[in-house]
Design a protein around this ligand. Structure first.
Ligand code: FAD
Ligand code: MLT
Ligand code: ZN
Length: 467
């Protein structure tokens, strides 16, 4: 039995078998899936992890890698049949090295994104990846989903921030690829295969992340805007003025803001009146005395004069910046508290975001009268979370039962604009059924061949990503 061998390898802290103790690992953040793991493995380091994978491989036992378990699509939740092991990285949380000259941070995969950001900050640097779940999500999970978040507009996604990886392959072999090189053209770029693979090709055990200098000036504003078109016009104004200064440009609907103000204690709107739409802009620079605040005021004055902005609040302190960001980052939690929701994490070209929001709204309202449309997200990179909340008088389960109809309705508009049905959350077990339609033919065939080459026994995260 692999369990006995695993027990002697990992010790009491490294193996959890009781259902009461494995329960927290067995359900996804959205509570869409509840699996039944055979056990949870929690190795303390890469060698232990590799040895555990070898034991599983020899026994033909399947593995579901798990980081902070914040997946939006059930990516880290095991099957219900009790046959799969969860492999949790939670004990592998060492900051291995930081180099402010090379601007690199080397960490175990189980380090939370927040802890990695803090380590960078202590060295006067910035790890420019920011997502609402950063206190819980781990570097391994963030890389395995190629997370995006608020700073993609300036720094790209997680894959743009990784220089090297250490990976345990499905047979237990360790690939030592923790390089810190900015240039390295030596064959296929393996690290990028594992980024975004959602644990289907191997287990990331450590990573070298790129850093940038810490900003010395920040300017954050919340703006009331009359329409999504006006929000885009505002983005274009900031972009023309100084694209390099934009660190985040987020869109929020009036409905989403109401959910936050109603459900999240301590939140208030720093504007005179409620608005139909909002934009959050963050400018940042490491250049001292760059005059960001004055630049922001000039752009906003012009936008107010043109009617693209009807009111604006510029943060005067770190506390006000945090309060404005909280209104944005609590959208997910506020929606959860409001009832059942269907998420569409989609992207279209930035120029098409307003048309997409309008058409998808009309299509959803026609599909289900009373449905509450709550689009928000990363307008600056074209990624909108086109989320739908159950009608107030509808049963939550009945609403979720219509999820495919709703997703198909939204995706028909996404397709019209040559967008993506999953911009940053990945595929997990929620969306493999959409892969043949969207990525079928040569693209899916190559993915299947890659999977077969690296994981011929199908050990790693079965049922995820590929149909
Ligand atoms: P998990 O949920 O544990 O796992 C995610 C996937 O990666 C699974 O397939 C798992 O098997 C695999 N995996 C995990 N660790 C490893 C590893 N070490 N090696 C190999 N595979 C591994 N995502 C965004 O992109 N942008 C956002 O703005 C954003 N905001 C969010 C806000 C909230 C409140 C929540 C709950 C989620 C949000 N997410 C966002 C979604 C989620 O993808 C991210 O939180 C994060 O990328 C997942 O990290 P995790 O450690 O929790 O991974
Ligand atoms: C976010 O950007 O806050 C999350 O990715 C979105 C979501 O909850 O759908
Ligand atoms: Zn997001």
């Amino acid at each position: 039995m692999p369990i006995d061998t695993l027990k002697s390898l990992l010790g009491p802290l490294g193996l959890i078998t009781e259902a009461a103790d494995t329960a927290a690992y067995a359900e996804d953040w959205r509570k869409l899936y509840r699996g039944h793991p055979r056990a949870v493995l929690r190795p303390a380091n890469t060698d232990e992890l590799a040895a555990a994978v070898k034991i599983c491989a020899a026994a033909g036992a399947k593995i579901v890698p798990q980081g902070g378990n914040t997946s939006m699509c059930g990516g880290a939740t095991p099957s219900e049949d009790g046959s799969e092991f969860i492999l949790s990285l939670s004990r592998m949380n060492r900051i291995r090295a930081i180099d402010p000259i090379d601007q690199t941070l080397t960490v175990d995969a189980g380090v939370t994104l927040k802890a990695a950001q803090n380590a960078a900050e202590e060295a006067g640097c910035l790890l420019p990846l920011s997502i609402g779940s950063e206190g819980t999500a781990q570097i391994g999970g963030v890389l395995s989903t190629n997370a995006g978040g608020n700073n993609t507009v300036r720094y790209g996604n997680a894959r743009d921030l990784v220089l090297g990886l250490e990976v345990v392959l499905p047979d237990g072999e360790i690939w030592h690829g923790l390089r810190q090189l900015r240039k390295d053209n030596t064959g296929y770029c393996l690290r990028q295969l594992f980024v975004g693979a959602e644990g289907t090709l191997g287990i990331i055990t450590a990573a070298v992340m790129k850093l940038v200098p810490q900003p010395t000036e920040l300017a954050v504003a919340l703006c009331a805007v009359p329409s999504p078109e006006a929000a885009l016009a505002l983005f274009t104004r900031f972009h023309r003025n100084d694209p390099a200064a934009i660190q985040a440009f987020e869109y929020m609907s009036g409905a989403g803001m109401e959910f936050v103000l109603r459900n999240i204690p301590g939140t208030t709107l720093p504007l005179a009146d409620r608005a139909p739409h909002y934009a959050l802009i963050e400018l940042a620079t490491p250049r001292p005395n760059a005059g960001l605040r004055a630049a922001m005021e000039l752009v906003l004055e012009a936008a107010l004069a043109a009617g693209d902005v009807t009111d604006a609040a510029i943060a005067e302190s770190q506390a006000q910046r945090a309060a404005i960001w909280r209104l944005r980052e609590e959208h997910t939690e506020a929606q959860k508290r409001e009832g059942a929701s269907v998420k569409n994490d989609v992207s279209v070209p930035v120029s098409k975001v307003p048309a997409f929001i309008r058409e998808a709204t009309l299509a959803c309202e026609a599909l289900m009268p009373g449905i509450r449309v709550v689009p928000f997200g990363h307008m600056g990179d074209g990624n909108i979370h086109f989320n739908l909340e159950q009608p107030v008088d509808m049963d939550g389960a009945a609403f979720l039962g219509r999820d495919h109809d709703i997703m198909d309705t939204v995706c028909a508009v996404v397709r019209k604009y040559d967008g993506s049905f999953s911009a940053e959350h990945g595929i997990g077990q929620l969306k493999p059924y959409m892969m043949p339609d969207w990525r079928g033919g040569a693209e899916l065939a190559v993915m299947q061949r890659i999977k077969a080459a690296i994981d011929p026994a199908g050990m790693m995260n079965p049922g995820k990503v590929l149909p």
